[in-house]
Design a protein around this ligand. Sequence first.
Ligand SMILES: [Zn+2]
Length: 192
Amino acid sequence: MAEGWLVPSIISHSVVAVAAGTVCADGTMPVRFWLLSIICAVLPDADVLGFRFGINYGDFFGHRGFFHSLFFAVLVGVLAAGMFFRSPTTRPWRWWLVALYFSLLTASHGILDAFTSGGLGIALLSPFDATRYFFPWTPIRVSPLGIRAFMSPWGMQVIMNELLWIWLPAVSAAVLVKASLVLAKMGSPEEH
Ligand SMILES: [Zn+2]
């Protein structure tokens, strides 16, 4: 188990980011909104770099450790909101709403990983509890750690599996929410 790229996983977390952004976008959003969304959703996997520095999988800062926790997600969310607004906003509730959006997006990473069937569990409650958690139901096949494994039949199976369990629900949810918003907008004037 050396360093890896987790390619299908990174693409799938980006799909979740774009789907969530589509649902939550307030009109046309600046490019940095989309960039920050994708960065938040994939950032926890940057912990694979730790393998290069001798950090073990099961360590506090190891893969799926602290950087996959809900606590870290809140820190990232607040930081991302700061980068999004750049200067103080006159509507603080909007600032916190955006911070919540980026936090949930970052948290979605660890939560989705807890549905995978392999590797170590996710330290969702780190730094308060070092337990590595999995949900009781783990339909998502774990991504290979390493580019060579990714090119294997295993890698292909992972892509098909993520298409089914991540892309399909994420895109369907985004389309459904968007469609119902459009329908609600079209329907409302006729009621009066
Ligand atoms: Zn991950």
